[in-house]
Design a protein around this ligand. Sequence first.
Ligand code: NDP
Ligand code: 8X3
Length: 249
Amino acid sequence: MTRTALITGATSGFGAAAVHRFAQAGWRVIATGRRAERLQPLVDAYGPERVHAAVFDVRDSAAMEAALAALPADFAAIDLLVNNAGLAQGTAPAQSASLDDWRTMIDTNVTALVTLTHRLLPQLVERKGAIINISSVAGVYPYPGGNAYGGTKAFVSQFSLGLRADLHGTGVRVTTIEPGMAETEFTLVRTHGNQAASDTLYTGANPMTADDIAEQIFWVANLPTHLNINRLELMPVSQSFAGFQVARD
Ligand code: NDP
Ligand code: 8X3
């Protein structure tokens, strides 16, 4: 039976790569994002019976609801929710960070994620489906400038474990994927469009790719149904941990 995945943040990075991975494997995919011009090529590549584009801002719950209500019949029964849409904004220390940036991250990474999850949970329970939430190493390990972004991702990881507890006995699987550095548009967005900063970060670092993460999402989604990966943390070999810092008088 053909399964259906809803993948948020499908216009770029992990989400776009995941749409390709799942569609190539024969899944039906609902691909979401704000940039319609990035979603249409996915529909064109696989056909409207395989990929459906749902254009909405995840922070707009009315638009989200309208997009879900407008799903073609073949896409209406969702087996897998991939909560991937998200962003970091800013790298400034908390005391000089932008409150608008913080609110944007919380609205997108936390509020929108719980809203969509809450909306789809009844049918995921009915279908013994699965949820894959994209968190980050930033939610596990603090680093200077990670402040609110790391906080949102810590929420995602802990919310996912809480979902597992509540979904006990339903057959619904819940996994958090916690990637480290991967080259996507993430840093371009984080720096409010500074391509040079993005290039500097990734150059020579052998970062993970969007395809690397899409492969993990696909692997988790296709495990035997009696297996649940609770959390999956991965980094490029080039990335590891730094020590604590000490301020001296
Ligand atoms: P990209 O910037 O390449 O992709 C982000 C995606 O999120 C885009 O498709 C964007 O779509 C979507 N998105 C952002 N805001 C909204 C919104 N308000 N409404 C709808 N869609 C939105 O970054 P990545 O692929 O790297 O990021 C995907 C996820 O992975 C994020 O949650 C990120 O925090 C996380 N992550 C990334 C890491 C990395 O190093 N790249 C590491 C760890 C986690 P559009 O702008 O078209 O709406
Ligand atoms: C993005 C990974 O290490 O840039 O979530 O915070 S990191």
